[in-house]
Design a protein around this ligand. Structure first.
Ligand code: ATP
Length: 480
C-alpha cells in the first residue's frame, strides 16, 4: 500500500498549539464521550452529579494506568505487598480515623442563585490562601474580609454568601441496619482506601515475611459527598484511589519520605507527562500529627491542581486504631528487639485524576496541511487501550479479509487488538489515531503474494513492511 492511500502528506505534521484553556476542557469532555472513554452516569435519566462511567476504551486506559501503578509500587519493590480491603468497614474505623467528627469541607450558599460553594476553593480562586484544615471560624473570617473580591462561580454575583458551615463528606449507608434508624447507627462507604491498610497492618505483618520498612499498596473505590460537582472526572463522588502506606522506624520516616517524593515525581515523567506540566505544592497548614505534606500538581486544563498527595503521617493512624480497637499495633524489631509503633509515609493518587492528566497530556489536534487535520491521542504505548488494529484493505475481497482475520486472531491472544474493515483505510487510521492505537496493520494484495503487511505508526504516520511470520515478534519488541 502506498502512502497516499492514507490520503495525507508524508511530512511530519505541524502541530496546533495545545492551549490549556476552557475550550480544551470542553473538547476533552466531548471527545471522551464521543469515543467511548467517559460517559456521564445514568445519562438517559439526565445524569447523576459528579458520577461517571468508563466506556469501552476508558476502561482499558484506566486498567493500564492501574497496572502501571501496581508494577511501579508492588512488582518492582520486594518490600511492598498488595491488599484489597472491603469498601464497607466497621463504623468504628471512621470514628478512630477522625472522619466522623472532622472529615469536612467548608460549605456556603450563594444568596442569589442558591448554589452550594466550597469556600476554600472560592477563596483560592481569588488568590487568597485557604486550606481545608482551617476551622469554621478561620474560614468565615477570611470570607467576610474578602467578600468584595469573591464572586459566585455559577451566577457571578459578588459578595453574597451565607456563613460557611462544615459539611461532612462521608457517604452513609444502611448496610446491616434493620431498624431503619440510619442516623443513629450509620455505616459508611469508605471515604479513603488507606484505612483498610491500617486496620490490616497486623494481619499482613503476621502472615507474610515483611520487615520494616515495608509498604502495603491498594487500589480501590472511595466515596465522598463532594460539595461541588464540576471539573469532570477530577472531582467525583465515587472515585478510585491508588494508595501505598509505608511503615517505617520513627527515626527513618523523613528519609523514606524524601525518597518517595523523588520516586513519585519520576513515575509521572515515566508515564509520559512533561515536567513543565508538574509542580510541587507544600502544605503549610499541617494537621497536628503530620510531619510533612506535599502534593504533586498537574496542569489540568483548569490550571495546576492536586494529582497526588505524599504525606508523612507520624504514628497517628496506628495509634488511633490501637486506642479504639484495644489491639496493639506495634512492631518488634527481630534484630534489636526494640518495640515501637511504626510511622507512616503515604503516597495517594486518584486513578481518575491520573486518567484526566494522561488524557490531557496525550490529546492533540494536528494540522496536516491542505485543509486536513487529525485528532490523535499520543499516549505512551503501555497505556494505549488498543495496541494494534488490523485491517483488510477492502472488505469485499474475501481473500484479504480471511488473511487479516488470521493475523488478528493470532495477535489478539497476546495484546488488545481491534479488527476494522469499515470505510477507507484513511478513515480507519483516523479512528485509531483518536483512541491512541500505536500501530495499524493493513493486509493488501501484496500481502497475498509476499506475505508482508504494512504497519503504520501512529505518531510519525510512517509505514513499514513487515513479514507476517515476524509481526508478533516485531510488535512485542516495540512494546517492550
Ligand atoms: P482535594 O483537595 O482535591 O479535595 P484531597 O486532598 O481531599 O483532594 P486526598 O484525601 O489527599 O485528596 O486523596 C488522595 C487523592 O485521591 C487525591 O490526590 C486525588 O488524586 C484523589 N481524590 C481525592 N478526592 C477525589 C475526588 N473527589 N475525585 C477524584 N479523585 C479524588
Amino acid at each position: 500500500m502506498s502512502k497516499n492511500q492514507e490520503d495525507m502528506s508524508s511530512e511530519a505534521p505541524a502541530k496546533l498549539e495545545n492551549k490549556q484553556d476552557d475550550k480544551l476542557m470542553e473538547k476533552i469532555v466531548s471527545f471522551a464521550k464521543r469515543r467511548g472513554f467517559v460517559f456521564p452516569s445514568s445519562e438517559i435519566y439526565g445524569g447523576f452529579g459528579a458520577v461517571y462511567d468508563y466506556g469501552p476504551y476508558g476502561v482499558e486506559l484506566a486498567k493500564n494506568i492501574k497496572e502501571s501503578w501496581w508494577k511501579a509500587m508492588v512488582q518492582e519493590n520486594e518490600n511492598i505487598v498488595g491488599l484489597d480491603a472491603s469498601i464497607f468497614m466497621s463504623p468504628k474505623v471512621w470514628e478512630a480515623s477522625g472522619h466522623v467528627s472532622g472529615f469536612s469541607d467548608p460549605l456556603a450558599e450563594c444568596k442569589q442563585c442558591h448554589s452550594r460553594i466550597r469556600v476554600d476553593h472560592l477563596l483560592e480562586d481569588a488568590g487568597i490562601f485557604a486550606d481545608e484544615k482551617m476551622t469554621e471560624e478561620e474560614i468565615n473570617k477570611l470570607l467576610n474580609e474578602n467578600k468584595d473580591k469573591l464572586k459566585c462561580p455559577k451566577c457571578g454575583t459578588k459578595g453574597k454568601f451565607t456563613e460557611a458551615k462544615s459539611f461532612n463528606l462521608l457517604v452513609q449507608s444502611n448496610l446491616g441496619n434493620f431498624t431503619g434508624d440510619w442516623d443513629k447507627e450509620p455505616t459508611y462507604l469508605r471515604g479513603e482506601t488507606c484505612q483498610g491498610i491500617y486496620v490490616n497492618f497486623k494481619n499482613v505483618l503476621d502472615s507474610t515475611r515483611v520487615k520494616i520498612p515495608f509498604g502495603i499498596a491498594q487500589i480501590g473505590k472511595a466515596f465522598r459527598n463532594e460539595i461541588t460537582a464540576r471539573q469532570f472526572i477530577f472531582r467525583k463522588r465515587e472515585f478510585e484511589q491508588m494508595e501505598m502506606q509505608m511503615f517505617t522506624h520513627p527515626d527513618e520516616d523523613m528519609k523514606i519520605y524524601e525518597e518517595w517524593r523523588e520516586r513519585r515525581w519520576q513515575y509521572y515523567l515515566d508515564l509520559g507527562i512533561k515536567e513543565e506540566n508538574l509542580q510541587w505544592h507544600k502544605h503549610e497548614n499541617l494537621v497536628f500529627y503530620a510531619k510533612a505534606a506535599w502534593d504533586i500538581e498537574y496542569k489540568f486544563p483548569f490550571g495546576f491542581k492536586e494529582l497526588e498527595g505524599i504525606h508523612a503521617r507520624g504514628d497517628y493512624d496506628l495509634t488511633q486504631h490501637s486506642k479504639f480497637s484495644g489491639k496493639k499495633l506495634e512492631y518488634r524489631d527481630p534484630q534489636t528487639n526494640e518495640v515501637y509503633t511504626p510511622h507512616v509515609v503515604e503516597t495517594s493518587v486518584g486513578t481518575d485524576r491520573t486518567f484526566l492528566a494522561v488524557l490531557t497530556e496525550a490529546f492533540r489536534e494536528e494540522d496536516l496541511g491542505e485543509g486536513k487535520s487529525r485528532i490523535v491521542l499520543k499516549l505512551p504505548k503501555k497505556l494505549a487501550p488498543i495496541k494494534v488494529a488490523v485491517f483488510p484493505l477492502m472488505k469485499n475481497k474475501p481473500e484479504l479479509v480471511k488473511k487479516a482475520k488470521e493475523i488478528f486472531d493470532k495477535l489478539k491472544m497476546e495484546m488488545m487488538c481491534e479488527f476494522d474493515d469499515n470505510g477507507n483505510v484513511g478513515k480507519r487510521y483516523r479512528r485509531q489515531d483518536e483512541i491512541g492505537t500505536p500501530y495499524c496493520v493493513t493486509v493488501d494484495f501484496d500481502t497475498l503474494e509476499t506475505n508482508e503487511v504494512t504497519v503504520r505508526n501512529r505518531d510519525t504516520m510512517e509505514q513499514e513492511k513487515v513479514k507476517v511470520e515476524e509481526l508478533e515478534k516485531w510488535l512485542k519488541k516495540k512494546f517492550s
